[in-house]
Design a protein around this ligand. Structure first.
Ligand code: C5P
Length: 214
């Protein structure tokens, strides 16, 4: 197994951007595991199947090939919400587990971000980060992004969506969102992306001192 960096955290915590930057910094491959759950939801919606149709969802998860999917159709808050509904289905999680582990097994290592990377997918990861920020700050960032894209839902409704997604992701029975015991907490409420990246690199370097990364 290569050098795995597991990055978990709630919606809109900035973990995706941070993971991409960490991967680029170390020349490692990066997997945004939320995309897998989003893709399962997309396949169901495209076939007009219900998001809680467990059999159809599990079949979609097994058949999934991200290479054939248009990422622009997976992004957006609506697909995030749909993804969080299919992600409560244990058979979907089981179907996606090996794929994520195969990705993590590549040399010289990989960065995976999601909700359960440090707890379930890669419990042996060399570095585990739990990236978070207050719900209000996450809602402010998400709201700013939406306004920049020309869409302007009220801030209060963005905040309500974030709280609802947090509740679903932390409250589900199967692999709920939680900080692994050995994960380092990175609260970005007061940090911009460059400051968060500097902190993350400092954590990785500390671990690297005791192991090896090319
Ligand atoms: O990270 P992103 O917002 O794209 O994830 C969408 C949804 O997919 C999350 O709200 C969560 O319910 C689910 N997910 C998960 N486990 C992961 C990654 C995402 O359950 N490792």
């Amino acid at each position: 197994m290569g050098f795995v960096i597991a990055v978990d955290g709630p919606a809109a915590s900035g973990k995706g951007t941070l993971s991409k930057r960490i991967a680029a910094h170390y020349g490692l491959a990066h997997l945004d595991t939320g995309l897998l759950y989003r893709a399962v939801a997309r396949l169901l919606l495209d076939k007009s199947r219900a998001l809680d149709d467990e059999q159809a969802a599990a079949a979609a998860a097994y058949a999934l090939n991200l290479a054939y999917m248009d990422e622009s159709r997976l992004r957006g808050a609506e697909m995030g919400e749909a993804a969080s509904r299919v992600s409560v289905i244990p058979a979907v999680r089981a179907a996606l587990l090996d794929r994520q582990r195969d990705f993590a097994a590549q040399e010289p290592g990989a960065v995976l971000d999601g909700r359960d990377i440090g707890t379930v997918v890669c419990p042996e990861a060399a570095v585990k980060l739990f990236v978070t920020a207050s719900p209000e700050e996450r809602a402010r960032r998400r709201h700013r992004e939406l306004v920049d894209r020309g869409d302007a839902p009220p801030y209060e409704s963005v905040l309500a969506d974030i709280r609802a997604r947090d509740a679903r992701d932390t409250g589900r029975a199967s692999a709920p969102l939680r900080q692994a015991q050995d994960a380092i907490l990175l609260d970005t409420t007061e940090l911009d992306i460059d400051a968060a990246l500097a902190r993350a690199i400092a954590v990785v370097e500390e671990v690297r001192g005791a192991s090896s990364l090319p």
